[in-house]
Design a protein around this ligand. Structure first.
Ligand code: C6P
Length: 436
């Protein structure tokens, strides 16, 4: 019998259970694809003969059947605009859309739907706060503290807002292993700091940053903190209240959801105070020829017809991931990255970026092979039907710090296997021999 005494043991046994990858793979129709033929006509064609090995999950993840079904069900059964009609379909769509906010709020530990704004993606969430809060509040003498490992979504946005307001952007340095230099963080975050904007998990280094410690530092100096969770929410449990952040952003398309939707968590007391980002329908309460007042949260920040199909599908994705278990996904992904690193470390002409194997790092590996440009390497990988990403990964300043213009990156997710890592390593070895 399950008693209070045995419950923790049962739960920890469940947590320890590994993920049944073959079972998970059945949920993703695209993983059956073969590739290699003509690319001008998207979809499987007769010349596609090599089984796909998809290792570009940091760019976008694949979509399980039940999320695809949720999109299809919306369009087949209750497609209507929300908050605008008393007719049956509009009511169904409104209820589902609002419930999707509740679901995503719960998924990341937010207080409720008032704290969960749907945006186009992480980038738009970042711009929303930068424009709504930053343009109003920042001025000469104020600092915005970022890190050297920020994605352009954060770096370019704050850089531009700083130029327009006279504020200064400062960057916390990284050490040789790609971790944040926390002494430098303590030096930079001070009385003049108004915003600390930091990536939770680096999309290049795999570093998992100490967000709660940075939040403490920021709050000690009456600064806000914004964490970019684009590479964190898909693959680890995230609780914004535990992290004690003021803002937190992530994208649906990296967590088994559709493209075109992202989420912004914002502390209710702040969202209530700041101005809207976009103006128009649905975000207003009362409009006269002279004045307008704003709708309640979160609709104040969702102008125009919102992302209805995407919202309900993203809620389905959250259900899917949680049923599998975020801790289990995190462990699986980390094990794959570990296994890949272990093998790549065996080649002395490969440089791997980020913290050493075995540390808390996410399930991606960025690297360079001495003799081969990252783009050429990705192109050879493609001949093996292995999808990886090459380039600066929207982190040009970080790559400058790393002393390279580009890197290759394999990023793993819940449906990847050790055999796929073996294929990756074999393909890299072939590239080496080709260019030797
Ligand atoms: N990184 C990658 O391949 P959007 O494009 O708005 O959904 O996400 C932007 C973004 C913000 N922060 C981090 C840490 C990210 O990794 C990304 C997206 C993709 O690494 C595309 S550049």
């Amino acid at each position: 019998m399950l008693t209070l005494e045995t419950l923790p043991t049962v739960m920890s046994t469940q947590r320890a259970e590994s993920l049944d990858v073959e079972r998970v793979r059945e949920d993703f129709p695209i993983l059956d694809r073969q590739v290699g033929g003509d690319v001008s006509n998207p979809g499987a064609g007769p010349d596609d003969t090599t089984p796909l090995v998809y290792l570009d999950n940091g760019a976008t993840s694949q979509t399980p059947e039940r999320v695809i079904d949720a999109i299809s069900k919306y369009y087949r059964e209750y497609n209507a605009n929300v908050h605008r009609g008393v007719h049956h379909l509009s009511q169904e769509a409104s209820i589902a859309y609002e419930a999707a906010h509740d679901r995503l709020a719960e998924f990341v530990g937010a207080g409720g739907r008032e704290e969960m704004v749907f945006t186009k993606n992480t980038t738009e969430a970042m711009n929303l706060i930068a424009y709504s809060w930053g343009l109003e509040e920042l001025g000469p003498g104020d600092d915005v503290v970022l890190t050297e490992m920020e994605h352009h979504a954060s770096l370019v946005t704050w850089q531009q807002i700083a130029k327009r307001t006279g504020a200064e952007v400062k960057y916390i340095a990284i050490d040789d292993d790609g971790r944040l230099d926390m002494d430098h963080a303590r030096e930079l975050i001070g009385e003049d700091t108004e915003m600390v904007s930091v990536v939770h998990v680096s999309n290049v280094l795999g570093t998992v940053n100490p967000i709660a410690d940075l939040a403490d530092l920021a709050h000690e100096h009456d600064s806000y903190i914004f964490a970019d969770g684009a590479q964190a929410v898909p693959n680890r449990p995230v609780d914004v209240e535990e992290l004690d952040v003021d803002f937190y952003a992530f994208s649906g398309h990296k967590m088994c959801g559709p493209t075109g939707i992202g989420c912004l968590y914002g502390r209710k007391s702040i969202l209530e105070e700041i101005q809207p980002f976009l103006y128009g329908g649905d975000m207003i309460r009362k409009v006269t020829f002279e004045e307008s007042t704003w709708n309640e949260l979160p609709w104040k920040f969702e102008a125009g017809t919102p992302l209805i199909a995407q919202g309900v599908a993203l809620a389905e994705a959250a259900d899917y991931l949680e049923e599998i278990g975020m801790e289990r996904i995190q462990r699986h992904e980390t094990e794959l990255a570990d296994y890949a690193m272990e093998q790549l470390e065996g080649f002395d002409d490969i440089e791997i970026y980020g913290p050493p194997r075995g540390e808390d790092r996410s399930g991606l590996v960025s690297f360079n092979l001495d003799s081969v440009h990252a783009h050429d390497l990705a192109s050879i990988m493609n001949d093996y039907a292995v999808a990886i990403r090459a380039g600066d990964h929207c982190t040009q300043p970080l790559h400058e710090t790393l002393g390279t213009a580009a890197s290759a990156r394999a990023s793993f997710y819940l449906y990847n296997t050790r055999e796929e890592v073996d294929t990756l390593v074999e393909a890299i070895d072939s590239a080496r021999q080709l260019f030797a």
